[in-house]
Ligand binder design. Structure first.
Ligand code: ADP
Ligand code: MG
Length: 731
C-alpha cells in the first residue's frame, strides 16, 4: 500500500484566503486596519427621484419593477425596468444569474445604485448595485467606504474587518490638551469620521484631505516622526565619540597641500561645519585640549588600543552632506578622514556598489596613500568580490589598525570585520542604500567600533553624502535629527552641460556625432535604460545596442558595462574607459552615480522618457567634469506622457540639482520623492510635506515640550504610530 500523502497543517488553523490577502496588504493588527483609509465613498444615505438623477454621476434611486426580461437579440442580457413617481429607468445586466431575476421580479421594490445615462431605450443604468427593500428599509446613516484592496480580498470582507478593528482598537487620547492644533477632533473621532462619514459630510474635503479629520491624522503622523527623531537625537547626544581636531602640520594639512586644486568656498565652508562636529565637546566631558597634559600625540603607535576617557569627549556627528553631482564631496570626506586618522583612529568609507567604491578608492589612494605610507599605515579595500586570502589579509589589517582607512561596499561591515578604533564612518550616495541596509549599517558600525581593546561605547561620527538634494526647506524641517551641509557651488573651470532632446528617429545623427566627438579625442557614454521587472530584456537591449554601435563605429573601441557582469570584468572595462583606451562605453545605469572620467564629454541617454528626473540628472553629471564643453543627448521615443514631457523639458532648462529636485517634487509629489523609489517604503503615509508644511511646523514646535512634560505620552504616541518604522526613522 502506498504511504498516505502528508496532510497539510490543521485546517482549523489555516488562514482563509481573504485573511492571507489582508496580511499581504500589511493589515495584520487592529491599528493597521484602523489606519487603512478609504479611497473614496459611496453615498447610500440618500435616495433621489429618477427624474433628478444627473447624467453619469453615482446616485441611488428606488422604484418598483414593472418589467423583467432576457433579451436575446445581439448579446444575451437581462433588461429590467423600474419606475418611481417621477420617471422610469432601464437596468441592463450583461452578466447575470438566476438570483438577479429572482430579486428583480416584477412587482418587487428595489433600491439601485449606479450612474444613469440616456440610452437607446431612454434613461438606463448598466450593472447597477441593487437590493430588495420595502418602504421601511432605512437608509445608511453614513457614507459607505471603498477601501484599497486586492483581488483576493472582497470589499465587503474588508469593510467588516475594518469596522470590527476600529471598534476594538484602543484609541484613547494620548496627547495632552494644547498640543494639538485647535479645532481638530480626537484621533478616535477622526478615524470614525474618515471610515464612516455621517450623511451630509463634505465629500470634497474628505477627498482632498483638507477635512479636520484628515488634519488630525496628518498631525499625529508628523508629530510621531518629529518625536522619534528628537528622541534619537537626544540619545545620540548621550553617546560619546572621539573628539577630533586637525593638528597643525598634521595629515589634514598635508592632504590639503597635496591636492592638485584649491577647495571651493563651499567645500571650505562645509569642511568647517564637519570640523566643528568632530570637535564638539559633549556637555560635562573634558575637552582634551584643555587638559594640562596633551592627550596624545598624533601617531597611532602612542595611542594604540586605548582610547582614554577624555578622548571620547565629543557628541557624535550625524550629518548629511548634500551636493550636486561633481561638486566635490569626496575630497571633503577625505579631509575629515585625515583628521580622524591623524588622531590615531580609523575611518570607513562605504559606497553602495563595487564600482563606486572603486572610484573612491582610486582617488583616495592617489591622494592619501603616499601620506599614509610615510606613517606606516595603509588603506584596506573590502568588497563582496574580494574573497579568500586577499580578504583575510585585509580583515587582519583592519583589526590590527594598520589599515587606517577602509574603503568598500557593505562588505566593510560584515560580521568578521572588526575595527580596532573606528572613529568616522562616511556613507557615500547614501540614498542608494535601502532603508534596511542603512539601519543595519549603523547598528553594525556601533557594534564593531568597540573591539576587545577599545571601549565598547564609542559611537563613530557619521557623515552621509548624497547627490540627490532634498529641497532645502524640506530638509530643515523634516530631518529634525540630521544636520545638513550643502555644497552649492561647482569647482571652477567646468562648462555647463548642454542638454538636447532628440526623437529616436534621429538616432543616426547622434551616432555621427559620436564619431566627431571621438575624433576630437573625447569619450562618450551611451546609457541604456534598465527596467527592474525585466532585467534580462534590458541586458539584451544593452547587448544589442552595443553590437549595433560597434558596427556603426568601425575602428573605435566600444565597451559594454552592466550590473550582471562579474565585478572583475566591470572594473577592467571601467579601467579601460578611465584610462582613455576605450572611446565609447555602452552602459546600463550602473554608471548612475560616482563614475568620474573627466575626458568624457558626450552622453547619450536612450529612452530618456523611461528615467526619473533625478536619475537623468545623476546620469548627466557624469559628463561636464573636465574643461571641455559637454553635451547630453536625451533620445526619446514618442509619444510622451505629460509628465514625461515635463521631465525632459526640465532637463533642458536647468542643470541645478536643487532646481531639479524642486521640479521633481512638483512633478511627482513628495511622497514618491522622499526615497520611496529607492526603498519601497514611503516615509509618510498621510501627510504631504509640500502641502502640509504648516502642520509640520506645528508638530515640530510641539515635540520638545511634549517630550519634556509628558514623556510617557510621547513614547506611547510614537509606539502607536511608528512601531516597526521607528527604528528606521532614527537611522
Ligand atoms: P561628487 O560630489 O559628485 O562626489 P567628486 O568628489 O567625485 O564629486 O568630485 C568631482 C571631480 O571634481 C573630481 O574629479 C574631483 O577630484 C574634482 N574636484 C573636487 N573638488 C575640486 C576643486 N575644488 N577644484 C577642482 N576640482 C575639484
Ligand atoms: Mg561622489
Amino acid at each position: 500500500m502506498p504511504p498516505a500523502l502528508p496532510t497539510s497543517a490543521n485546517p482549523q488553523r489555516e488562514k482563509s484566503a481573504p485573511q492571507r490577502a489582508m496580511e499581504k496588504l500589511g493589515l495584520a493588527r487592529d491599528i493597521d486596519l484602523a489606519l487603512h483609509l478609504p479611497l473614496r465613498y459611496e453615498d447610500e444615505t440618500r435616495v433621489i427621484s429618477i427624474a433628478e438623477a444627473p447624467d453619469g454621476e453615482p446616485v441611488q434611486v428606488e422604484g418598483v419593477v414593472s418589467e423583467s426580461r432576457i433579451d436575446l437579440r445581439g448579446r444575451r442580457q437581462l433588461l429590467v425596468r423600474i419606475a418611481d413617481a417621477s420617471d422610469a429607468l432601464l437596468l441592463r445586466f450583461l452578466n447575470f444569474y438566476p438570483s438577479h431575476q429572482k430579486t428583480l421580479a416584477v412587482g418587487a421594490r428595489v433600491r439601485v445604485r449606479g450612474e444613469a445615462r440616456n440610452g437607446f431605450f431612454g434613461r438606463e443604468m448598466v450593472h447597477p448595485v441593487f437590493k430588495a427593500v420595502d418602504e421601511q428599509t432605512p437608509l445608511a446613516s453614513a457614507l459607505t467606504p471603498v477601501y484599497p484592496t486586492s483581488a483576493q480580498l472582497p470589499q465587503a470582507y474588508l469593510r467588516k474587518a475594518v469596522a470590527a478593528a476600529l471598534a476594538r482598537v484602543p484609541l484613547d487620547e494620548l496627547l495632552p490638551p494644547g498640543s494639538v492644533p485647535p479645532g481638530l477632533p480626537t484621533l478616535r473621532e477622526a478615524l470614525q469620521r474618515l471610515h464612516h462619514p455621517p450623511a451630509g459630510e463634505p465629500l470634497a474635503a474628505l477627498e482632498d484631505r483638507s477635512h479636520p479629520a484628515w488634519q488630525r491624522l496628518k498631525f499625529e503622523e508628523l508629530l510621531a516622526q518629529q518625536l522619534s527623531q528628537l528622541t534619537a537625537q537626544r540619545e545620540r547626544q548621550r553617546l560619546r565619540a572621539p573628539l577630533l581636531r586637525a593638528a597643525p602640520g598634521g595629515l589634514h594639512e598635508q592632504l590639503l597641500a597635496a591636492l592638485p586644486f584649491q577647495l571651493t568656498a563651499a567645500q571650505r565652508r562645509v569642511g568647517e561645519q564637519i570640523a566643528g562636529d568632530l570637535a564638539r565637546p559633549a556637555a560635562g566631558a573634558t575637552d582634551p585640549a584643555n587638559q594640562a597634559e596633551p592627550a596624545s600625540d598624533a601617531s597611532l603607535a602612542s595611542t594604540a588600543g586605548e582610547a582614554n576617557d577624555c578622548e571620547l569627549a565629543a557628541v557624535p556627528m550625524h550629518r548629511l552632506l548634500q551636493g550636486d553631482v561633481g561638486s566635490g564631496k569626496t575630497v571633503v570626506a577625505a579631509l575629515a578622514a585625515a583628521v580622524a586618522i591623524d588622531a590615531g583612529w580609523q575611518c570607513a568609507l562605504m559606497a553602495p556598489t563595487e564600482l563606486l567604491a572603486e572610484q573612491h578608492f582610486r582617488k583616495l589612494v592617489q591622494w592619501l596613500e603616499p601620506l599614509l605610507a610615510a606613517r606606516g599605515q595603509s588603506i584596506a579595500w573590502l568588497t563582496g568580490s574580494r574573497k579568500g586570502k586577499a580578504r583575510q589579509a585585509m580583515v587582519e589589517r583592519v583589526a590590527s589598525g594598520e589599515a587606517a582607512l577602509v574603503v568598500g561596499t557593505h562588505a566593510v561591515i560584515q560580521h568578521d570585520v572588526h575595527f580596532k578604533r573606528l572613529a568616522l564612518a562616511v556613507i557615500d550616495e547614501q540614498h542608494r542604500f535601502g532603508v534596511a541596509q542603512r539601519l543595519a549599517l549603523r547598528r553594525k558600525l556601533v557594534d564593531q567600533s568597540g573591539s576587545a581593546t577599545a571601549p565598547a561605547q564609542i559611537e563613530p561620527h557619521l557623515l552621509m553624502m548624497t547627490a540627490t538634494p532634498i529641497p532645502r526647506t524640506l530638509a530643515m524641517t523634516y530631518y529634525a535629527d540630521l544636520d545638513v551641509s550643502t555644497i552649492d557651488e561647482l569647482p571652477p573651470g567646468r562648462t555647463p552641460v548642454l542638454t538636447k532632446l532628440f526623437a529616436d528617429e534621429r538616432r543616426a545623427e547622434v551616432v555621427a556625432r559620436i564619431a566627431d566627438e571621438v575624433a576630437r579625442g573625447r569619450q562618450v557614454y551611451w546609457v541604456c535604460p534598465l527596467i527592474e521587472e525585466s532585467e534580462h530584456i534590458d541586458l539584451q537591449n544593452a547587448t544589442e545596442t552595443h553590437a549595433r554601435l560597434a558596427a556603426a563605429l568601425p575602428g573605435l573601441t566600444v565597451g559594454l558595462l552592466h550590473g550582471r557582469m562579474p565585478a572583475a570584468e566591470k572594473s577592467a572595462v571601467m579601467a579601460l574607459f578611465a584610462g582613455g583606451q576605450m572611446a565609447v562605453l555602452v552602459a546600463t545605469t550602473v554608471i548612475e552615480v560616482g563614475v568620474d572620467v573627466p575626458n568624457a564629454s558626450l552622453m547619450v541617454i536612450e529612452h530618456a522618457e523611461r528615467f526619473g528626473l533625478s536619475q537623468l540628472h545623476q546620469l548627466r553629471g557624469r559628463v561636464g567634469r573636465g574643461a571641455a564643453a559637454s553635451v547630453c543627448v536625451l533620445l526619446f521615443q514618442g509619444p510622451l506622457s505629460p509628465t514625461g514631457r515635463d521631465r525632459l523639458r526640465a532637463m533642458t532648462e536647468t542643470s541645478d540639482g536643487f532646481e531639479i529636485a524642486r521640479r521633481d517634487l512638483e512633478i511627482r509629489g513628495p511622497g514618491e520623492f522622499m526615497g520611496a523609489r529607492q526603498s519601497g517604503d514611503a516615509l509618510l503615509r498621510f501627510a504631504d510635506l509640500a502641502e502640509d508644511a504648516p502642520l509640520l511646523q506645528r508638530a515640530r514646535a510641539a515635540a520638545p515640550g511634549l517630550l519634556a512634560q509628558h514623556p510617557a505620552a510621547a513614547r506611547a504616541h510614537v509606539a502607536r504610530w511608528l512601531d516597526t518604522r521607528a527604528e528606521f526613522l532614527k537611522a
